[in-house]
Design a protein around this ligand. Structure first.
Ligand code: F6P
Length: 518
């Protein structure tokens, strides 16, 4: 079995969604790489990880839904075989019961799908991470990974979708993320009547970044995702980029105002649905007894100021520049020596991908350098925690003075929304202008250009010396925006568009909706 189980990431807290009004009557099928639960070899059951799982959990418990996902390890594969490869009902440890279908793909194919094409290839393109004078080289290794890995796993999941909707009238299929760009077309060919909706949880990068891919692969990917009826993104700017890509790369007819791509006599609606967090569930989670234990320890050891970051150890999160900025800050403001700690809780991620394991090594090396340069016998400037522990993260959220999210590019970044909800010290948020969350939170956070190390060092200083009134004002502003909408609204907006389009609305009917959004 490949290493997919080991590359799991932190789950944002499980929550209950608000009421989803008037769900369409047709059966709903969700399909994503990661599923809502995952099984240990001894039959134990864990909640699936990632923001995507959190976003969809409430929907799946609210209405009749079958959630199709890849089997993540031997435990999942065993459980899937036990169910004859079909859907089975399961109670999630995070609450709720699901119909789940876990699809077992060939191990080698899955490795190629996950660790070569999805990550790093597509992830790096969509986060502008390729250092193009050096990488990537597209050779038979990559082309074969696409043909016999990415395509194959998409086919396996598409087969499962087609089987699940067999005999159903007007089925609705909600596809998730960059792992499954080919699947919609595969389903569409066999079920032209299906309503296909695809939400992309990561940025959609500008057209030239896609030129890394050979034309044939690129075209297949675009034609794959354009087989959907609706494509959703977190922000208006990703929606704009997607529309522009369709024009630039495929020469398709695009209506930017209406947010529509016309292809093969069909209209594809392209929409922005920013993902909210479940603020109540986040607060509840932060009150757990185990969180208290971490808090006691943290309070016992804390210095005057605490700077915090909580991230997956992903290159896009820009961890190294964060530490370099702290290094610079300490050099330029020695008065803070021994008075501040930078706590970084980083979850190792995708460690089977060489770029990710190398990144972890670089992180550890830089922390050692900064700690050696500025540390004293009883003070370690950076406290690095390489683990996935949501309760430990919650304890730190409660007590930070400064929260840093300096991702180079990030689809949304839910951490930026969780921190201010839980924090008790009127902590200041420093937020990269290239995160999806910045479209909503930019006004009350301290915005930074994530590449400008000096600007981040200055922002750290400004945050640590900010007056109490301004801190209070800013965090209240953040909370107002964060709590304005919940995950139920997010799902409602998408299902409302599904209903409108399925009922025959055209982009012309929708003009006002899109314009107010953009
Ligand atoms: O944002 C994209 C996403 O798939 C999220 O759902 C998840 O939090 C993250 O990436 C984790 O990725 P992986 O499934 O590779 O661990």
């Amino acid at each position: 079995m490949n290493g997919r189980a080991r590359t799991a990431t932190r789950a944002v807290p499980a929550g209950t969604l608000g009421v989803v009004s008037e769900p369409p009557q047709s059966p709903l099928v969700l399909v994503s790489n990661r599923g809502p639960v995952t099984f240990d070899v001894d039959g134990g059951i864990q909640r699936g990880t990632g923001g995507l799982v959190t976003a969809l959990t409430g929907l799946a418990t609210h209405r009749r839904t079958t959630w199709i996902a890849s089997a993540m390890g031997r435990g999942d594969a065993d459980r899937s075989r036990e169910a004859g490869g079909k859907a089975f009902n399961v109670d999630s440890p995070a609450g709720g019961s699901f119909d789940v279908r876990l699809v077992v793909s060939d191990d080698v194919a899955y490795e190629r799908f996950y660790s070569i094409i999805s990550n790093p290839m597509l992830w790096f393109i969509q986060h502008y991470l390729w250092d193009q004078s050096n990488a990537p080289d597209i050779r038979s290794h990559e082309v074969e990974a696409y043909e016999f890995g990415y395509k194959l796993v998409n086919e396996d999941l598409a087969d499962a979708v087609v089987e699940e909707i067999e005999g159903e009238r007007d089925p609705v299929v909600m596809v998730h993320d960059y792992h499954l760009y080919l699947l919609p077309r595969m389903v569409r060919e066999r079920r032209p009547d299906a309503f296909l909706h695809h939400f992309v949880h990561i940025p959609w990068s500008q057209s030239d970044s896609w030129r890394v891919l050979p034309t044939k692969i690129r075209d297949e990917i675009y034609r794959g995702i354009l087989a959907n009826d609706i494509i959703g993104f977190h922000t208006r700017s990703y929606r704009r980029n997607f529309l522009q890509c369709c024009e630039d790369l495929l020469d398709l007819e695009v209506d930017h105002k209406q947010g529509v791509v016309r292809i093969d006599d069909r209209e594809v609606w392209v929409r922005a649905y920013p993902l909210p967090i479940d603020a109540n569930a986040t607060r509840e989670l932060s009150r757990r007894a185990r969180v208290r234990e971490f808090e006691d320890e943290l309070l016992r050891r804390r210095r005057e100021h605490l700077i915090l970051r909580v991230d997956r150890a992903d290159l896009s999160k820009n961890v190294l520049r964060g530490f370099s900025a702290f290094d610079l800050f300490l050099e330029q403001h020695p008065e803070f020596v021994e008075r501040v700690t930078f706590m970084a809780q980083l979850m190792p991620s995708r460690t089977d991908v060489p770029e990710y394991s190398e990144y972890l090594e670089k992180i550890e090396a830089l922390v050692a350098v900064v700690n050696h340069r500025h540390g004293t016998p009883d003070w370690m400037p950076i406290q690095l925690k390489l683990r996935d522990d949501v309760e430990e993260a919650m304890a730190a959220y409660r007590h930070y003075d400064v929260h840093i999210v300096n991702a180079m590019f990030d689809g949304m970044n839910l951490v930026a929304k969780e921190g201010p909800i839980v924090n008790e010290r009127d902590g200041v948020s420093i937020l990269s202008e290239n995160t999806g969350a910045h479209e909503e939170l930019g006004q009350d956070a301290l915005s930074v250009n994530p590449f400008d190390v000096q600007a981040l060092a200055n922002a750290i200083h400004r945050a640590l010396t900010m007056g109490a009134d301004e801190r209070r004002h800013r965090i209240e502003g953040l909370r107002e925006v964060i709590t304005h909408r919940g995950p139920g609204d997010w799902i409602d907006d998408q299902l409302a568009d599904v209903r409108r389009k399925a009922a025959g609305a055209t982009a012309d009917d929708e003009l006002t909706v899109v314009e107010s959004d953009g």
